[in-house]
Design a protein around this ligand. Structure first.
Ligand code: 4NP
Length: 158
């Protein structure tokens, strides 16, 4: 079982989008039994507010016919570092903030999702940009290239 935790600032826009895009991608490849997937925030305020997935992320997932269930923001905990095999952040700031909670990345588990791409980069926050479409396609690229790194990705013939 490969355990993957997607992380962003608020855990209501990018990381739940990545969680359900990745979940759908592995289900389409029959790999669902090989992975455990969750998402978390670096900040705690959305957990305190019991905030669910942002409507912009929900609308984007619906428009791409990607199934999702409700997910409530939770802040990453120190023990998540030991539990998960991969902690996949959206941007450089997330990487710094995660390590303030988990301690330094001594096992090399923390990466940006788009670090596996041929064009490594941050994934912009649609909370600020309003552009959920751009975020979605960056997340698809990140999830595909992460699966390639794991040697699971076979491009479809569609
Ligand atoms: P996310 O976006 O990190 O992609 O979930 C944000 C969501 C909420 C806030 C900031 C960023 N906020 O300030 O509440």
């Amino acid at each position: 079982m490969i355990k993957v935790l997607f992380v962003c600032l608020g855990n209501i826009c990018r990381s739940p989008m990545a969680q359900f895009v990745f979940k759908n991608m592995i289900a389409e490849k029959g790999l669902q039994d090989k992975f455990e997937i969750d998402s978390a925030a670096t900040e705690g305020y959305n957990e305190l507010c019991h905030a669910g997935i942002h409507h912009g992320t929900k609308e984007m997932l619906k428009s791409m016919h990607i199934p999702f269930e409700e997910h409530y923001s939770r802040q990453i905990r120190p023990q998540d570092y030991d539990y998960f095999d991969y902690i996949l952040a959206m941007d450089d700031t997330n990487i710094e903030d995660i390590q303030l909670i988990t301690g330094i990345d001594k096992s090399g588990k923390i990466h940006r999702l788009l670090d596996f791409s041929t064009h490594p980069r941050n994934i912009k926050d649609p909370w600020y940009t309003g552009n959920f479409d751009e975020t979605y396609w960056d997340i698809v690229e990140g999830c595909e290239t992460f699966l390639q790194k794991l040697n699971f990705y076979k491009p479809s013939n569609k």
